[in-house]
Design a protein around this ligand. Structure first.
Ligand code: GUN
Ligand code: ZN
Length: 425
């Protein structure tokens, strides 16, 4: 039987970084018809009710129905160490991240954190995540098994590291290749799961390991590849020492077959003109992680890049300080303000939905409300706290009604999260 969701409905017919706010379509008394995991139709509530009298009604009143949020870069194994105090990237990795990631050799612990992470993500309105795992194949099995049971579209891969990581947290060029290939064969394209080839970043991979993963990517060209690029100034100096032959940080990937469409580079803050030009030319995706970039003190991403290539938005949990894509939109807004780039609410919501979907090359399936799209939806209460409610009383437009929730909202604003056509919260 079909389900008919009633409420305000926000969707996009174009890219608001190109077309401005007219890219958005707002139906103030709207409806979304869902069946068997797909959106069948969207439009005015009266019309859809009349056309589908048998459908089961879910009346969300004045709540806003949007596409589910897509977190394009997260480390689910860092769930338990989110908001760990202090330190710069490299110390933070050594003090908090690596000891925690070591625990994922235990399949039972990996399964517990995978469940915990997906429960938190769903509670925050996130319906798809693209996540790093740890070097342990068990950590990949854990997140895919948990996501499969929930019907979630999840992207994940074994994080590969063969140097500058502690004992117990290193593989080799050969085992990285072999295990990634085995996991890819096991999970890629199963239900809504996609395998992502995942070298952590150049400081923790030898050129041989990067080359082995580049070769693997060549064998599976429809896969995505994710890594980190130019997050902190000290990190870039370290890359220069480790790769004396390379022109720049991007070249350490490019030289090993890791730069083309389908490459996802997290952070990408401190780019040289050559790197920017090559990223655009190659059709790579960048992922903006604003709460992480302020929390770890990395720098201010240039949102002007969103006009030149695919840019997604992400929490980067646990380097990021929140599971909430609302909080992440607020941070993106504030970072852009510091660079003199005022982002419109339409652009913020688009980044967290279509923008991330485009970064993942999945914009024909997720990240928008339109007939034929997969039914991943987030329903926002636009008056979830007293502070937000009073700030919206004089709102004259949907953007004035929505912006206080973007700036001050959290999981209390998530009325419901629909995944694969079913309410899961
Ligand atoms: N660079 C390499 N690994 C990581 C990580 O786990 N988090 C962040 N923020 N940056 C990284
Ligand atoms: Zn990261």
């Amino acid at each position: 039987m079909a389900d008919l969701l009633l409420g305000q409905v926000l969707s996009f017919t174009a890219d608001p970084f190109v077309a401005g706010e007219s890219a958005a379509r707002h139906e103030s008394h709207g409806a979304v018809l869902v069946e068997a995991g797909r959106i069948l139709a969207t439009g005015p509530a009266d019309r859809l009710r009349a056309a589908h009298p048998q459908a089961r009604i879910h009346d969300y009143g004045r709540d806003l129905i949007t596409a589910g949020f897509i977190d394009a870069h997260v480390h689910y194994p860092q769930t338990a160490i989110i908001a760990s105090w202090g330190k710069r990237l490299i110390d933070w990795l050594n003090s908090y991240t690596f000891p925690e990631e070591m625990r994922f050799a235990d399949a039972a612990y990996a399964a517990e954190v995978a469940e915990r992470y997906l429960t938190l993500a769903t509670a925050h309105g996130t319906t798809t995540a693209c996540t790093y795992c740890t070097i342990h194949p068990e950590s990949v099995d854990a997140i895919f098994t948990a996501a499969q049971a929930r019907g979630m579209r999840i992207y994940a891969g074994k994080t590969c590291m063969d140097r500058n990581a502690p004992d117990g947290l290193r593989d080799t060029a050969q085992t990285a290749y072999d295990e990634s290939k085995r996991l890819l064969g096991k999970w890629h394209g199963v239900d809504r799961l996609s395998y992502v080839i995942t070298p952590r970043f150049s400081p923790t991979s030898t050129p041989e390991q990067l080359g082995a993963l580049g070769a693997l990517w060549g064998e599976y060209p429809d896969c995505l590849m994710q890594t980190h690029l130019s997050e902190q100034v000290d990190e870039i100096a370290w890359v220069k020492d480790l790769f004396p032959q390379s022109r720049d940080y991007l070249d350490t990937y490019e030289a090993q077959g890791l730069l083309r469409e389908g490459a996802l580079f997290g952070h990408a803050i401190h780019l040289t003109p050559r790197e920017r030009a090559r990223l655009v030319e190659a059709g790579a995706s960048l992922v903006h992680c604003p709460t992480s970039n302020t929390f770890i003190g990395s720098g201010l991403f240039d949102m002007g890049l969103a006009r030149a290539l695919r840019v997604g938005l992400a929490t980067d949990t646990g380097g990021g300080s929140s599971f909430s894509m609302l909080h992440t939109m607020a941070a993106a807004y504030e970072v852009a303000q510091l660079r003199g780039q005022a982002l419109h609410p339409a652009q913020l919501i688009w980044l967290a939905t279509q923008g991330s979907a485009r970064a993942l090359h999945a914009e024909d399936r997720i990240g928008n409300i339109a007939a034929g799209m997969e039914a991943d939806l987030t329903i926002l209460n636009l008056a979830s706290t007293a502070a937000i409610e009073q700030a919206t009383r004089r709102a004259g437009t949907i953007w004035e009604a929505l912006f206080p929730t973007i700036m001050m909202g959290d999981d209390r604003a998530i009325r419901a999260t629909w995944i694969n056509g079913k309410p899961s919260r």
